[in-house]
Structures are given as C-alpha cells and as structure tokens.
Design a protein around this ligand. Structure first.
Ligand SMILES: [Mg+2]
Ligand SMILES: [Zn+2]
Length: 416
C-alpha cells in the first residue's frame, strides 16, 4: 500500500497577513483550500493511505478533512508541541506500515511521478530518495549535489547562485533506516539525519523537472493562485540535445575534426533535419571538444567548423539554437565534460522555458546517455556502427537517421 506522510504542522508565519485565521495548507487557491489540490494530486499518484502530521491550527485541518474527504483513508497525528521535522516523523511512525513511505511538505505542490521515484529508490536500495527540481536563482532553498548516478554527495546551504538542483520536498524514506537514525523526540530531519549522514548512507536523488511551487511566501502564493488550478507554469519549449561527433558528423578514427573540410555530415542527417527541426522549438548541440584544451584545434578553427555546420543545416531548413561545448581535458575534472551534466544545466539556466521533461538527447556514446540520464532526460542512442549496446542505459536506439523521427514520436515527450 502506498503511504504518504504529509507534514502540515508549520506556523505559516510569512503568509499570515494574507490568510489570517487559517493554517497555510488551507490557504485558498481559486476558492478551494491548497490542501484540496494536494490531496487530488496525491490520489492521482496512487497514494492509498494519508498520514497528516498536524500542529498549529490542527482542529481546522481535521475539520476540513472530515467534511470534505470522509471517504479518504487517512490518519491524523497531532504534535503536542513543535517537534521539528524529524520529531514530527517519529511521532507519526506508528501509523505507517510500509517499509518505504513518501514524505511531503504540505506547502509545496510538485507534480512528480511517484512511480518513477519509487522504482528509482528501490533500484538503488536507497535509505532516502529525493525528487530534485532544476531551479534558476535557487537561493530560497538549499541545493543538492549528486554524482551522475544520482547519489547525493553534499547538501549546500542556502546561498546566492544562478542555478541549482533543489530538494523539492518529496522524499521516500526507508522506515527501518529512519528508526535506527532518529535522535530523540525533537530534532530536525534535514540537519540531524540528512546533513549528518550524507557521506555514509544511501541517499539518492532523481531529477523531476515538472511543475513546482512552494506557497510559503506571499509572492509564490499569489503565483500559485493562478497556476495551481491549471497545473502549469510558463510556456514550455520542446527541446532536442544533439551530440556532435558521430551524430551530426562522421567520426575520424583516432583524430579530431580540425578543419571545416574534415567535417562531413553523417549519412541521412541533412535529409532528415528539416522534419526533426519542426518537431522541436529548440535544438542545442552539446559536445565535448577536448581538442581545444589540447591545443590541437584553435577556437578560431572551431568557430569555422561550427559555421559550416549551422549554415549547411540552415540551407536544409533545419535549425541549431545554440552550440555548447566543453573545451576541457579529461583530467581537468570539470563539471561540463559529459558524462557530467554541466552543459545541460547551463542550457536549462539560460533558457528558462526548457524543461528536462520535454527534452530528448541523441548521442552515440555511453557518456551522452549517462549525462541525459542524470537529468532524467529521454535518451536515444545513435548506434551508427551497430555495436553491442545492451549494457548501455537508454530509452531508445536508432542506427540511421531515417528512423529517428518515428523514434522521437514514440518517446512522446508531449505527454510528460
Ligand atoms: Mg559522439
Ligand atoms: Zn568542461
């Protein structure tokens, strides 16, 4: 049975002047309490047992649930005094039966796939798994740093930065793990469990670039009033990420493309690029160019090569929105050389209407697939040399450009 613990005991201080006399989770959104939307969303995600941890103004929430959700399978747990997030979970454990349960904050609305998060949690045999949201200017939140497989390495305190991955407030917790780690009756889950154990325990995170809002501050509450009823944020652009070498142009064995003359388009690429371009709002090239760091190819030569690429693609009525390349060497250990996802994050930060949920990545290397995977982007492996590829994680595979369009349709990022 899928169980979800909902922490709704917060004081809601910052919203108090807008919704006096109401707990934050009952703040009205288009005439209905916020919690109403949240419960309907959780029902869509097949939550079967709801455990509400209440504190401040608990009687109003209990009354709301009894009146409006009498058919719902729910339990109510009341904090006698504020226990902190960790204490609130401990206080609720007796009502939870599953080995692994979902935990969410009652002031965030984040439309992830519970199925996806749960299978990721199980696959990794994780202690705790987070859904993480790519966010521009994330200084209101702490951010999470993880490796390309989603293993959490570090929790970064709130600070000014341009872009980061935040904990969107939906976690899966292994019950047995939590019981072993809990420290007393009053404590912070974030500080005393997460931050204290991040280096030794199995914390994983999965990117879910879906709609997210935290109604805890007036500005975002006002935005939520408009957006939550339609589940939507700004307009979203359908996006394609293309690797370059081996995908757009032929590989040169044991060498780099050093001149425009050496840049030869792969078979069928130009014949299909118009139709493929029509399927996407944006197409970005995402490429490792270690030849720059090695001083084998100058920036000037690279510019000429890329001019040939983009102008030819334009002649064939295709488009390239922008080219992103990593110039570093393997041993620089930069954050942008694939399989690291730095270039993808840079695109996401510079083009706010890009969503990883609505993006497809086509590449011919395992590292391309890993970079895509680390951001939960649908991946197509371009297997031009028909190599054995069963060990490579990917969503689809093609071996020529004529089959690309059908494969793109079948991945149906529209529905995401
Ligand atoms: Mg390649
Ligand atoms: Zn780099």
């Amino acid at each position: 049975m899928r169980e979800c613990l909902i922490l709704a005991g917060g004081l809601g201080t910052r919203l108090a002047h807008l919704v006096p006399d109401l707990p934050k989770s009952l703040a009205p959104i288009d005439g209905k309490p916020f919690l109403n939307y949240l419960i309907h969303y959780l029902l869509e995600q097949k939550v079967e047992h709801f455990i509400f941890s209440l504190g401040h103004r608990h009687a109003q929430i209990t009354e709301f649930l009894q009146k409006n959700f009498s058919q719902l399978n729910f339990s109510i747990v009341i904090e006698p005094t504020p226990l902190g997030t960790g204490g609130a979970i401990v206080n609720s454990l007796d009502h939870i039966n599953s080995e692994d349960f979902f935990l969410i904050n009652a002031d965030t609305f984040y439309t992830i796939s519970f199925d996806q998060l749960e299978s990721f949690h199980m696959k990794n045999n994780a202690d705790i798994t987070f859904a993480i949201k790519p966010m521009i200017n994330p200084f209101r939140y702490g951010t999470i740093e993880c490796d390309i497989f989603g293993k959490v390495k570090h929790f970064q305190e709130k600070k000014m930065m341009d872009f980061g991955l935040i904990n969107g407030g939906i976690n899966i917790i292994n019950r047995k793990y939590f019981k072993e780690k809990k420290s007393g009756k009053v404590f912070s889950f974030e500080k005393e469990i997460l931050e204290a154990n991040v280096n030794k325990d199995r914390f994983y995170s999965l990117v879910q670039d879906s709609y997210f809002i935290d109604i805890g501050i007036p500005e975002d509450y006002n935005r939520g009033i408009i957006e939550i009823p339609v589940y939507k944020s700004e307009k979203i652009k359908k996006t394609l990420f293309l690797d370059r070498d081996g995908v757009i142009n032929n590989l040169i064995p044991n060498d780099y493309v050093k001149t425009p003359e050496e840049f030869i388009f792969t078979n069928g690429f130009l014949d299909n690029i118009e139709k493929i371009s029509n399927e996407f709002d944006y197409i970005f090239v995402v490429t490792n160019q270690q030849c720059i760091g090695k001083n084998i190819v100058s920036l000037e030569a690279l510019t000429k090569i890329h001019y040939k690429m983009t102008s030819t693609i334009r002649q064939y009525k295709g488009k390239i929105t922008k080219i992103y390349y990593c110039p570093h060497l393997i041993n620089d250990f930069c954050k942008c050389r694939k399989p690291e996802a730095g270039l993808l994050d840079q695109i996401r930060a510079e083009f706010p209407e890009v969503r990883f949920t609505h993006t497809i990545f086509i590449g011919d290397s395992e590292t391309d697939m890993q970079a895509a995977h680390s951001r939960n982007i649908k991946s197509i492996f371009f297997n031009h040399s028909n190599q054995t590829s069963s060990s490579i994680q990917k969503d689809a595979e093609i071996n020529n450009w004529d089959s690309a369009l059908t494969t793109i349709y079948n991945l149906s990022i529209n529905k995401a």
